[in-house]
Design a protein around this ligand. Structure first.
Ligand code: PMV
Length: 310
């Protein structure tokens, strides 16, 4: 019996989270070594088994009326796209990506599952269509997602993203090494996005001024990434983190990790994603990655991943 496998990566936002919801650009990269996977095998009915997600090992009876379940919503949208009925297949989902921590776990699970269901129906789904579908599912987790998570996860390339604009792929001059450190505290993006919305409504001029500073910084970061100017990229990260603090989406744990990384010699560091918990990222030189990693663990990180992108 053959088992087919489909997958999608985790992601981090390098620059521009939160402001991206209001139309500013942002930069995100995939983390190819951390993945969500969907395995398909023939079966006498349609079933989805979640092997190591939070609802451990449950075989899901696909209830298409449950619009708040992301797996069933995704399934319904894929079936609708192909105008098909449920295939006789069992799809098992496994993911290495920590949930609710700013690494795009939900989008990666949706993308892997979408590819697997399409395959079980005898089709291949194009990235553009899959991206639109995963975006619809992201609304369950995020309320008003900008679309950056689904885009970087589906295309699996570094991107310069702006809401409702064509995707721009980003090519860096040389490999960039990053460390991703987990505070161990999960946080809901929907909540931090909602709090930024409240701040914006209370004080639109001041918050717009912060978004404008983030926008200029992201434009500059793009140029520096293309030119391989890691020192300046690091400084821009620290400034971006300070602007995110002013948007109230950092936390004592995130601030501590950012300071620890910079003190240990990282070019720069910042929170990544929704904030309040989840993960932070640091840009490092390969030669001192180990030193920064140890400093992060000492400052309270529960785990540290490393990754490289170009
Ligand atoms: O899913 P997260 O936690 O990586 O955050 C997504 C980034 C935000 O800008 C905060 C929200 C969005 O939809 O872009």
């Amino acid at each position: 019996m053959s088992i087919d496998e489909f997958s999608a990566p985790a992601k981090v936002i390098l620059f521009g989270e939160h402001a991206v919801v209001y139309g500013s650009p942002a930069i995100a990269v995939p983390i190819p070594t951390l993945r969500a996977r969907a395995y398909i095998e023939p079966y006498d009915q349609f079933a989805i088994v979640t092997d190591n997600l939070h609802n451990d090992g449950i075989q899901l009876n696909v209830d298409f009326d449950d619009v708040n379940n992301s797996l069933t919503r995704l399934t319904a949208l894929i079936l609708q796209h192909f105008d098909a009925l449920q295939p006789d297949a069992r799809i098992t989902i496994q993911s290495d990506i920590p949930i609710a921590s700013g690494l795009g776990s939900g989008a990666a699970v949706s993308a892997a599952l979408g590819r697997a269901i399409a395959h079980a129906l005898g089709h291949t789904i194009e990235n553009e269509q899959l991206n639109n579908i995963v975006y619809e599912v992201e609304k369950i987790h995020h309320g008003t997602p900008s679309g950056i998570d689904n885009t970087v996860v589906v295309y699996e390339m570094p991107i310069f993203f702006r809401k409702q604009q064509p995707i721009q792929l980003l090519k860096c001059q040389s490999p960039i090494h990053i460390l991703i450190a987990d505070t161990g505290r999960s946080a809901l993006t929907k909540e931090s996005v909602g709090d930024v919305r409240n701040l914006f409504e209370q004080n639109p001029a001041d918050i717009q001024a912060i978004f404008d500073q983030i926008k200029s910084l992201v434009d500059r970061a793009r140029v520096c990434l293309q030119a391989g100017n890691v020192e300046e990229i690091g400084k821009l990260m620290v400034t971006n983190h300070e602007l995110l603090q002013r948007l109230t989406v950092s936390s004592p744990e995130l601030d501590k990790l950012v300071t620890a990384a910079v003190d240990a010699g990282a070019y720069g560091a910042k929170l990544s994603g929704g904030g309040r918990g989840g993960n932070m990222i640091a840009i490092v030189e390969e030669a001192n990655a180990q030193q920064v990693q140890s400093a992060l663990i000492q400052a309270g990180a529960v785990r540290v991943f490393s990754s490289v992108f170009t």
